[in-house]
Design a protein around this ligand. Structure first.
Ligand code: ARG
Length: 270
């Protein structure tokens, strides 16, 4: 029997969402973006969370920051302690202070801005006691040591090798304290071996499911919210006793993001 635990999420409405620069292979500024549709899709995701009993806070979007909808990148919040992002790309740097201020004003006094490039929950995913930490494209491996010192949790570094899967949360999702799903080809051979050792029962995603960002999902331990086109992964989840809930975030995928990217988990309890 799988049990759901209510979550506390932070999201950012894609009011100013657009693709005007390219910092990952999914982003093509020549392709038109339908911002009203992006907003409607995002509202639907928020409604799904509310219907599951989760708390959803929102941070005000900033007009000059079209990627700010990807709240997962703003910070990593574990045991009530927040490590605020330091973005790699100039286009997103100002998001860090925006998330810092929101967290400061909303009851997270233990706050620190990362010294090294660190793109928040895009690259840091809590799995039980461990913090899985991506590197290779965005977060600097030196930020892994910093996170381990700051959170006092073992940090497991994982190296990403495929530019299409540039953040850890595009290639791996945490389903519960001991279960993950991932796309093996996105990782270096050594990191794949680490994942096999730590998670011998992991669900392995197909290339088709990875390409539609199927791994960019959130889970409350039972309900797994994922892109609706990841149909094989949804089947695997059902077989393993999870409840997959597909959502359509096609507009946000034009910027290389989906469900998880839009969702920052705020973990207050130590
Ligand atoms: N356009 C954004 C970027 O390239 C997408 C971020 C997606 N977020 C994530 N958590 N993977 O930075």
């Amino acid at each position: 029997m799988r049990t759901a635990r209510a979550r506390h999420y932070l999201m950012c409405r894609p009011t100013y969402f657009d693709v005007v620069y390219s910092i990952n292979p999914w982003m093509d500024p020549a392709k038109p973006v339908d911002t009203p549709l992006a907003i409607a899709q995002w509202e639907r995701l928020r409604e799904v969370y509310l219907s599951l009993g989760h708390t959803v806070d929102t941070i005000d979007p900033v007009p000059s920051l079209p990627d700010m909808v990807f709240a997962a990148n703003g910070a990593t919040v574990v045991d009530g302690r927040a490590l605020v992002a330091r973005f790699r790309d100039a286009e997103r740097i100002a998001e860090g202070p925006a998330y810092h201020n929101w967290l400061r004003d909303n009851g997270f006094p233990a706050l620190r801005t990362a010294a090294f490039v660190n793109e928040g929950e895009g690259d840091y995913l809590l799995a039980g006691d461990w913090l899985l930490a991506g590197t290779g494209f965005r977060s600097d491996p030196r930020s892994h040591d910093e996170a381990q010192e700051y959170f006092g949790r073992p940090v497991i570094g994982l190296t990403l090798v495929d530019p299409d899967y540039y953040h850890l949360d595009t290639a791996l999702t945490v389903l519960d304290e001991t279960t993950v799903a991932y796309y093996p080809p996105a990782f270096s051979p050594g990191s794949r071996a680490v994942l096999e050792r730590l998670f011998p029962d992991a669900l392995l995603a197909t290339a088709a499911d990875a390409e539609v960002f199927g791994l960019n999902a959130t889970s409350d331990g039972y309900n797994v919210v994922l892109p609706q086109n990841a149909t094989e992964l949804a089947g695997q989840l059902r077989e393993r006793g999870f409840n997959p809930i597909g959502v359509d975030l096609s507009e946000l995928l034009k910027a290389g993001g989906s469900v998880k990217c839009c969702t920052l988990e705020l973990r207050r309890d130590a």
